[in-house]
Design a protein around this ligand. Structure first.
Ligand code: ADP
Ligand code: ASP
Ligand code: MG
Length: 407
């Protein structure tokens, strides 16, 4: 018995019947004598439709007002679940981000949590209420409503677990754990019983949305074990925990795909100090995140420079670079939106050689051309044409012996 934090994602609360199922699950844990803090997402698709609504009113919605609007998705589900629990005879109280004192910076749409008061939550718990907290939202020190970025309810859940020093943090979603690859793309993917924070950080950073990256950063910082599991079954899921010596040490433990990539190339840029800064400063000023960068040296003091950004930033970045190219005298700028990033991750890579060559050979075996490469200590990523994305995932999954029937 203790305090258990349970987070339910959008698909888990997508309609009234699912909300009722969630309520029954919570009631069972509560009846066993546990205190329960529930963290909810908006119903599946609601955050997207709220964004669409804002875009119908204006092409550039004010960021403060957009967060006020987006926060309503989670406010709705929190109230509905609290009502459902009450109708079943359970004492439940909904609580919004600002009421729970989730204090963030003022970076609307991607705010970071600075501190958590959680006084009201503690009071509710002491009175044996089931607390239903709206995920994804907080407020800045002046009381402006903020949101934590897409998938941010995961972070709300882990952060509140740390703030309450709760005993468990369970993330209920539409898959029953973390797999060696997205099980919706690779049918032969295997469920992992445990994964280290560092590997999970890489996987989340590479675009697997099963856990928002900031939730994993929080979990690692405060050493919160996170149990990722299905809201539709009782099966054990995957524990995201500190790396330990008993952990299965596969050289490659996961394949990740991110289609949210686009590339921009500046051709025949003069190879001089300060040129790269001129190319990337205006991109940074526009608050656009750059992922990979490569530079190919040509003859006569010239080089080609290519970098990748998220698809939503592609048009803006391309326009910026057209102006930069004129200023610095680059020959040409062109872009390509039809690319994807496929990556392999695994802590075992630190101590094994030949992993990269195996990856490249597997891709070439399917005639998949590699456009760009980047690496970290425990990851290798390749940019490829988007049309080969799923094939690449399945090919690499098989090449590294991760397929279910081989184990
Ligand atoms: P929720 O709405 O519950 O927050 P998300 O859609 O954000 O759920 O995250 C769950 C999804 O993450 C799954 O449906 C799956 O397609 C995707 N996913 C990507 N990579 C993986 C992986 N390695 N293991 C499990 N799920 C993954
Ligand atoms: N509703 C938000 C989103 O769709 C936050 C979340 O679900 O975690 O991104
Ligand atoms: Mg999510």
């Amino acid at each position: 018995m203790g305090i258990i934090v349970q987070k339910f994602g959008g698909t888990s609360v997508a309609d009234f019947e699912r909300i009722r199922n969630v309520a029954k699950r919570i009631a069972k844990i509560f009846d066993q004598g546990n205190d329960v803090v529930v963290v909810l997402s908006a119903m599946a698709g609601v955050t997207d439709s709220l964004i669409d609504m804002a875009n119908q009113v204006t092409l550039s919605p004010d960021k403060r007002e957009l967060d006020v609007l987006l926060a309503t998705g989670e406010q709705t589900t929190a109230a509905l679940l609290a009502m459902t629990l009450q109708s079943m005879g359970y004492p439940a109280k909904s609580i919004l981000g600002y009421q729970a004192e989730i204090i963030t910076n003022r970076n609307y749409g991607g705010a970071r949590i600075i501190e958590i008061g959680a006084g009201r939550i503690k009071e509710f718990i002491e009175k044996r209420n089931i607390v239903v907290m709206a995920g994804f939202q907080g407020c800045d020190p002046e009381g402006n409503i903020t949101t934590l970025g897409r998938g941010g309810s995961d972070t709300s859940a882990v952060a509140i677990t740390a703030a309450l020093n709760a005993d468990k943090c369970e993330i209920f979603t539409d898959v029953d754990g973390i797999y060696t690859a997205d099980p919706n793309i690779c049918k032969k993917a295997r469920k992992l019983s445990a994964i280290s924070y560092d590997e999970m950080l890489e996987i989340s950073g590479l675009g697997a949305k099963v856990l928002q990256i900031r939730s994993v950063e929080f979990a690692k910082k405060y050493n919160v074990p996170v149990h990722v599991r299905s809201s539709f079954s009782e099966e054990e899921g995957t524990m995201v925990v500190k790396e330990d010596s008993d952990m299965e040490r596969l050289v490659v433990s996961g394949i990740t795909l991110n289609k949210d990539a686009a590339r921009i190339t500046l051709k025949k840029v003069s190879d001089q100090p300060g040129v790269a800064a001129k190319i990337f400063l205006p991109i940074a000023d526009a608050k656009i995140l750059v992922d990979m960068i490569i530079q190919n040296t040509r003859a006569q003091g010239l080089t080609d420079l290519t970098f990748t950004v998220s698809k939503k930033d592609f048009r803006t970045a391309l326009e910026i670079e057209k102006q930069v190219a004129e200023k610095i005298g680059a020959e040409k700028v062109f872009g390509d939106e039809n690319i994807a990033k496929v990556s392999i991750t695994g802590v075992g890579m630190r101590s094994h050689s030949g992993v990269a060559s195996k990856m490249f050979a597997a891709l070439s075996g399917e005639n998949i051309n590699i456009l760009m490469i980047s690496t970290s200590e425990i990851r290798i990523s390749c940019i490829i044409e988007e049309k080969y994305a799923e094939l690449a995932v399945r090919t690499l999954h098989n090449a590294f012996g991760l397929d279910k029937d081989e184990n």
